[in-house]
Design a protein around this ligand. Structure first.
Ligand code: IVH
Length: 672
């Protein structure tokens, strides 16, 4: 069958919509629709494409994943070489750079485009007539590797430039990296699955980019940030300033260096260095310096290159955040799934703005590999600013009585036996929820914000409750009384009542949150959502067999087995049934349909939101957007230069909101 014009148009619309939501979610960090609504759009497009394969275009979001694994990467020659940068460490180096630039240009004062130096991997992306056709690594600067299939999986890389008018050809250069938070989450998952943890976000990103199987890359949370243009055949590309070229890229929904600025002279450079340095620890990604570029492109050309680096730019590095201290002890921590993590207890030392007293050693093999012993003097570092770790041992300073670490045969918390499964890096306490450490973690997870969201039920409180044996399972939480709580350390009548109220509130929840809260191994938030959508109620989930499980999208044999194993344990079933008795399950949609039945009319230009974004946000909360004002209109959102709709709204005495009040309304509804 041949697709009708209507289907063809819908496919095109879906492609654009999905990419738009990708951009809002990943680049702007401001999703306007729920995950399941996004999934619905995606599934609709996939269904159309499977019926009409001729509509499966290369730039379709469905093509981000699913490419076949490669045997090797092809070589790609860079038309314009991808160079490196000279480094500056001291102010004197920067002063020298600025002086050489001024002398060569014969200027008293130079304008610079300044950007953070992202700590990832350099890549180049080619867009032909607006479509992403090739992505390559930097390689040796002249020849890189063709990693197009892998880069397609990166959600912040547009598959098609978002604009009506697109250049014939543009090569966008930038960095692929992993955000710190994504890195930590991924490592937690790796640990829970008994797989190798990554050392830092940069290594994790490098590993992901070099996968021959794109479906592996697709599971790694990579991002892209642009900072330069390579070859370009584009009539409207600004040819005067680097900063304008970056603005040009931003117009196509390409993520361009956040924090970029334009400054003047040495003073401007040093102020920027300090400003970004102060923010460094709080940035969502790792940076190892800032980059200064002469902003005027004609001047850049005039300055040219020396060997492999431009004379018009320099990287000003921040000092490595390292310090030397002593390992006082190596202890093990017990996680939610019983994983035992060796932790180096350190003589307190100040690194990169914080005092470190512990550093993770990841697992037994890692302790051996680094050969860390108790009593050693070690270099510690905030690994890519994220988790403190032991970088290396100062072997020449090893004391005669340094002791090797031995993984205990029994759980240090409950005395249960410890096992390390064949081929796994992680040793585990096998006692399950009878182990107080695992019990505490399970309860903390149950109460966590993205699970049952019991505010105020933190570590200190859970420790006391478990140690007193008042709670053994999450179900026991709902048997606590305010009097009991009020008598605990750091609690008073008021906090006790707050916790009681939070517990009560948590009983109104969705099946998805509840399923996530149970802490079943391999069942994260998104799997829990899939399970909830598929099974619809807790009994169906609890009684499902393997065949039923495998029908759930994204549930494979490993996940299915974890779920079955969980529900095969009688005590787990009992806890779940008890809990289910306390909970009033709410349908997912209802919780968010805060604007259901409400009708909006938009008029005038809003200062920040486009009309499309405003509409999408209203619709995401269940509201409707109408084109004309009537008595039935609930709200009129008015921006600058509103038209006759505004006058009519006034006449009818309707509620008129400016952008601020509109956003406020949405915020209140979406956090309910
Ligand atoms: S410009 C001709 N800008 O640093 C100069 N590079 O040490 C081209 N990098 O290979 C590079 N952030 O991977 C530039 N804002 C930024 C950067 C940046 C990170 C990396 C890039 C490059 C390396 C050079």
């Amino acid at each position: 069958m041949v697709a009708t014009g209507e289907v063809r148009a819908r496919a095109k619309e879906l492609r654009a919509l999905i990419e738009r939501h990708n951009y809002l979610y990943y680049v702007q960090d401001q999703p306007v629709i729920r995950d399941h609504e996004y999934d619905q759009l995606f599934r609709e497009l996939a269904a159309i494409e499977s019926e009409f394969p001729e509509l499966r275009t290369a730039d379709s979001p469905t093509q981000r994943v699913g490419a076949a694994p490669l045997d090797t990467f092809e070589a790609v020659r860079h038309e314009i070489p991808m160079l490196s940068l000279n480094n500056a460490f001291e102010e004197a180096d920067v002063e020298g750079f600025d002086r050489r630039v001024r002398d060569a240009l014969g200027l008293a004062d130079v304008e610079y485009a300044v950007e953070p130096k992202f700590d990832g991997l350099a890549i180049s992306l080619r867009y032909k007539e607006g479509v992403f056709v090739q992505g390559a690594t930097r390689g040796d600067g002249t020849v890189g590797e063709n990693v197009t299939a892998n880069l397609r999986t990166v959600r912040t890389i547009p598959l098609r430039l978002a604009a009506r008018e697109v250049p014939d050809l543009v090569e966008v250069r930038g960095e692929v990296l992993m955000f710190k938070e994504d890195f930590l989450r991924m490592n937690r998952q790796q640990q829970e699955h008994g797989e190798k943890e990554f050392i830092n976000p940069r290594n994790a990103a490098a590993g992901a980019l070099r996968q021959l199987d794109p479906s592996v890359t697709a599971k790694r949370p990579l991002r892209f940030i642009a900072y330069a243009i390579g070859v370009a055949k584009a009539n409207d590309l600004p040819r005067d300033l680097h900063s304008r070229q970056m603005d040009y890229l931003a117009r196509f929904a390409i993520p361009v260096a956040p924090g970029r600025a334009v400054v003047r002279g040495l003073r401007g450079l040093m102020d920027y260095y300090r400003e970004i340095g102060a923010k460094r620890a709080a940035l969502p990604y790792d940076i190892d310096g800032v980059v200064y570029k002469v902003n005027d492109l004609a001047c850049q050309k005039q300055l040219g290159f020396v060997s492999r680096a431009p004379r018009f730019a320099v990287a000003h590095k921040y000092p490595a955040e390292e310090a030397v201290t002593r390992v006082l002890d190596i202890t093990v921590q017990v996680g939610r799934t019983g994983a035992l993590t060796p932790v180096a207890r350190l003589e307190p030392v100040f690194v990169g703005g914080v005092t470190l007293t512990n550093a993770t050693l990841h697992n037994e093999d890692e302790v051996r590999r680094k050969d860390v012993r108790i009593g050693d003097r070690v270099v510690v570092r905030r690994a890519g600013d994220v988790i403190p770790e032991v970088a290396r041992v100062l072997l020449e300073q090893r004391p005669g009585d340094a002791r090797e670490f031995v993984m205990p045969a029994r759980c240090p918390v409950c005395g249960g036996s410890v096992e390390r499964a064949e081929g796994e890096a992680v040793s585990r306490c096998t006692a399950g929820l009878t182990c107080p450490a695992q019990r505490k973690q399970a309860i903390l997870h149950f109460a966590s914000r993205r699970a049952m969201d019991v505010e105020g039920l933190g570590e200190k409180l859970v420790d006391q409750l478990v140690d007193k044996n008042w709670i053994r399972t999450p179900a026991d939480l709902y048997q606590l009384s305010a009097e009991q709580l009020a008598g605990l350390d750091r609690m008073g009548a008021k906090s006790a009542n707050n916790v009681m109220a939070a517990l009560e509130k948590s009983t109104h929840t969705t099946l998805a949150r509840f399923a996530h809260a149970l802490g079943i191994r391999n069942v994260g938030e998104s799997t829990a959502r899939d399970l909830a959508t598929h099974f619809g109620d807790i009994n169906a989930l609890m009684n499902a067999n393997e065949e039923d499980m495998l029908r759930v999208p994204d549930v494979g044999p490993v996940v299915a087995r974890s779920i079955l194993e969980f529900f095969a344990v009688p005590s787990n079933r009992e806890v779940v049934s008890t809990l289910a008795g306390y909970i009033r399950f709410e349908p997912e949609a209802q919780r968010h349909a805060g604007l259901a039945g409400k009708s909006f009319v938009l008029t005038g230009t809003l200062p920040n939101l486009s009309r499309e974004e405003a509409s999408m946000r209203i619709q995401a909360l269940g509201g409707k957007v109408a084109s004309s004002v009537s008595k039935k209109t609930d709200y009129v959102v008015a921006g600058m230069d509103p038209g006759s709709k505004y006058a009519k709204a006034k006449e009818l005495g309707l509620a008129i909101l400016d952008e601020d009040r509109f956003l406020h309304l949405l915020d209140n509804l979406s956090t309910q």
